[in-house]
Ligand binder design. Structure first.
Ligand code: BTN
Length: 232
């Protein structure tokens, strides 16, 4: 794993150093000053309190399963937080991790498929003040501090281990994800062909897409923003 003292975005760093970095190599920092979020948002993090990491994947057997990789990484983070002692950990499709309804981890997967993908993970570790944001941290939930670098090492180890799921037992990963699915049975809005539609979230599929009940038909939604309209 490669530690960077200060960097704009670990995802961008990986994309700019593709040739030098090996398959499954991880880059991480505690001082990311221009973190990127999904759908053009930014990812803010107080310096030296949290961890930002990016894992490069070059193996095309894995990059072909892009949607599923993003699901496995959120499962790994959720399970890690449970091992630390947290309760009520859920995953909001495709891969935000929430604790008691507050966001603790954001994941941004990027890449040029099937050549490579970058799995970027930001976890709030010791930050205690999030202003207006509906966010929390390990410190806020468990009342102790952890070295953010250790969090990164544990997450990357667990991720490499769990990637074996992509080889064979997909059903188990999908089932585990569904048991932590924050959106399940909630009424959501989603975009399709430039139009905002309303449906009910019904879990995820084997390719990592969201299953949505829309007009009495089960359809698959794969990217874009999904918003909760109301709880079912
Ligand atoms: C989101 O919640 O919208 C996704 C946030 C992803 C943040 C991580 S931090 C490490 C990696 N580098 C980035 O610039 N972004 C991701």
């Amino acid at each position: 794993m490669k530690y960077l003292e200060r960097i704009n975005s670990t995802n961008d760093y990986v994309k700019e150093h593709l040739e030098e970095l090996d398959d499954f190599e991880c880059v991480f920092t505690m001082n990311q000053f221009k973190g990127k979020g999904r759908t053009g948002h930014t990812w803010e993090s107080e310096p030296y309190k949290n961890i930002a990491l990016s894992i490069l994947i070059k193996d095309d057997k894995i990059t072909k399963k892009f949607g599923l990789v993003s699901i496995v990484v959120s499962l790994v983070v959720a399970e890690y937080l449970e091992r630390l002692g947290m309760e009520d950990v859920s995953i909001k499709w495709p891969n935000d991790v929430y604790v008691k309804g507050k966001k603790i981890c954001g994941i941004l997967c990027e890449g040029s498929l099937p050549k490579y993908m970058v799995v970027g993970v930001g976890i709030n570790v010791n930050q205690t003040n999030f202003g207006e944001l509906n966010a929390t941290s390990i410190k806020n939930e468990l009342d102790f501090e952890i070295d953010p670098k250790l969090v990164a090492v544990d997450i990357v180890d667990a991720f490499k281990y769990r990637m074996t799921y992509l080889g064979d037992d997909l059903a188990e990963a999908v089932e585990e994800y569904c048991s932590k699915d924050y959106l399940l049975n909630k009424t959501i809005s989603f975009m399709r062909n430039g139009e905002e539609l309303i449906g009910i979230a019904k879990g995820i599929d084997f390719d990592g897409s969201l299953k949505v009940l829309y007009n009495d038909t089960l359809i698959n939604v794969s990217t874009n923003e999904v918003n909760i309209v109301r709880k079912a």
